[in-house]
Design a protein around this ligand. Sequence first.
Ligand code: URA
Ligand code: URA
Length: 297
Amino acid sequence: MDDSLKRDAARALAQRAAREHRLWVRPAGGIGEHVRPPQPATRRPRDERPDPAGAVERPRAAPAGGAAGLREREGDTPAGGDTGESFPRGAPEPEYGIPIAGQLEDPFPAYTDIAAFERAICNCRKCPLGQTRQKFVFGVGDPHADLVLIGEAPGAEEDRLGEPFVGRAGKLLDQILAAVDLKRGEGVYICNILKCRPPQNRDPLPSEVSECEPHLVKQLQLLEPKLIVALGRVAAQVLLRTSDSLSRMRGKLHDYRGVPLMVTYHPAALLRNPQWKRPTWEDVQMMKKTLDDARGG
Ligand code: URA
Ligand code: URA
């Protein structure tokens, strides 16, 4: 191809990407078209909580300055959010590179059916979130899904309704899926690392993750997906046992217990950080292609 042809082809591709991108990046309705200036430290609903970790490279093992990353995120929290207690200032950011409780091959060998497994664990009180939750949020979707999306933990709406990603971030997630002809419940399953809402949407504690992850391990064993997508830094760090930043983890295929795993931005982060929509669109295309390849079509 000569250079002008290449340029035209590149331009056509870019235009197409921009068109498709607009399908779910709706500036109307104010889906975070500007980045907010720093605000006082309160936690806001999980749906609206951004996490700048993807944009800011943090040291691998956050030293005493783990607090710096925390302040960064708190600093970005707008007023008018959740006015409950804030995550203690200066507390170290949770480290998720930890083993789960009992690295069992099959943590719940008695169950071979996902609905029966849900019934078995839905009254879980293994961690204190069992006392504060309204609803246990197991997960939703096609029990034969080949794509599983994994978020961090239920927020307020999810806690109220018992279904993951039903708030603002969830609506955006549905739009993102629709842009590549995917739909919640049709070949797609959605769940979270934690099945219960942390109070004030604080980050999951390592102890909560450790108690809850066996549920997810079993869930994935029953679902047998062809591709897992971790939504946001926390889910990705937990699953990959790393403290890498989101920007380092995205854009490639990882392995989670033998299943290909990709990482992308959390839809709640996109609501507030429009500059992450473009890379997310790249991830979503990679997700779709990987899935189509795995489906053999
Ligand atoms: N954010 C998450 O990580 N999960 C949900 O279910 C909702 C918001
Ligand atoms: N950090 C997150 O937790 N999520 C993102 O999407 C980006 C950075």
